[in-house]
Unconditional design. Sequence first.
Lengths: 268, 310
Amino acid sequence: MGRNKNRPFLKFHMPALALLLGVFLLPATCAGSVEVAPERVGIGAFFGGARLTVTGEVPQGAQAVIEVVGRTAEQDLMRKGRHWDIWMNVGEVDVFGAPRLYYVLSSSPQLISTANANLPWGYSALRKEISFRSDNEKLEAGTLFEEFIKLKESQGLYGVFPDAVTLSSAPAGTESLVHAVISVPTRITPGDYQICLFAVKGVQSTSTSCVSFHVTLVGLPAFLSSLAQSHAVLYGLLAVAIAVMAGFLSGLLFKRKKILGSQQKDQC
Amino acid sequence: MSWELYLPIARHSANVIMLLGMGGFVGFISGMFGVGGGFLMTPMLIMAGIPPVVAAASDSNQIVAAATSGAYAHHRMGNVDLKMGCILLLGNWGGGTLGVEIIKILRASGGADLLIKSTYVVLLAIVGTLMLVESLRSIRRSASQSNEVEPAGGTPLYLRWGQAMPWAMHFEKSDVTISPMLPFLVGAFVGMIGSIMGLGGGFIMVPLMYYLLRMPMYLVVGTNLFQEAFLCANVTVLQAVANHAVDLVLAVSLLVGSSLGAQVGARASRRLHADQLRLLLAVIILLVMAKIMLGLILPPRFMLDVKGVH
């Protein structure tokens, strides 16, 4: 179920709105539909990631691009460098405007080619949004962006997936059905994420439709995360108490095993 | 059911079998040699993708279990000098606090990373090489069945300094008469180095207790585990309060393995001769040192890294 279905006003007036925009503002900026299932991802005690299915429609003859974006947050990183032939951290780098998660998927590889710097999606678009602040003025921003992407891709949080969107003809014949599967990594942080479907002709987007999904902690992770943040002293003491008990318990178990073993020997 | 256990503070999943195996291996080393195993576990966790701050803090928590289990096993065998352990612990707390302040100053001036890495390599190299040479010499001596106990040449300088310190007292269990200032200073030195490097410092403490405090090897192992259990309990609470970095799920997974591994290790240690124990520990220390050296020399895979990596 998409976000638009939660908004009756938009649902009933969208066709009229789209027609109006279609007449006055060609090409249309908001049309079509996109849905994601499931809309909520719960992170429980065991979590191996999740698979989200994205479906939607684009006008026939159009290609499709899907962008998955998390909220932006300031990130503090360390920059490595070489001093006296030794590799070490040489300074801090603050990253601004970078989303927590960024995936872009397309039905055609040319649509997310890094060679085209003017695309409104993909790493070329992301480069314009992200800025870096470093205490070392000698560092070049271009290199930092490439290195930042490499780090995020290694963590599974950023990715470019050409040909990951499949298009098929709708029965009515006027639109193409869009289908894609997104693998959510285990490193995903709780919060809201937005999925946007772009219908593309040439390299121009002719319509955009967005939907969001929510990631939340449930069960034991939710309890422990809340306890660690709200009652840190209690949490620390609990951690120590569990460790001490586990240490003594294993000691007692081994002692008991040894006693039983020696009793059996005596009986023999 | 997925085998990927979610770690709520690390915000990342890890395979439960891998965590139990890592805990078991380090616990075995801990029980066998009387070291907390932080110098092994923290790098292993970072390699498994756990954020460094969470890896170090959660490792402290699991060391509490491994050290308690190991110390309890050694205490039952009469291998813990409580008097010596308490003085070492006091020094360790004092030195640890001093080390935290030093790191704060160095972080502000940008020299912390170089200090941490060079301290790591130099100490591991010195400790590992000394132990390797000494244990090899000792094994060769017993193999030749020589009756020479001590080479001529008088008392070493550091021992004379130790003997010159005031308020000498007798430690019945260890059967040594030294000033309590000596174990206090040893504890303070290890505490300072340990807090700078983010470790319990057992791999430095063990050789110092043996060579400088002249404690018998079987008491060194148990006594170090005793004081390390208290030290790491303190670090766990501090890390939970100051950084919210203790991942209880990660720590429990590791400690289940390490508590059992420590028991097996403590028993295995009795089957080996003291020289063989020292030789094995020396080899492990030198391997860890070589791994860190390679990390310093070879170009890193990523030029940017998560904050908190040493």
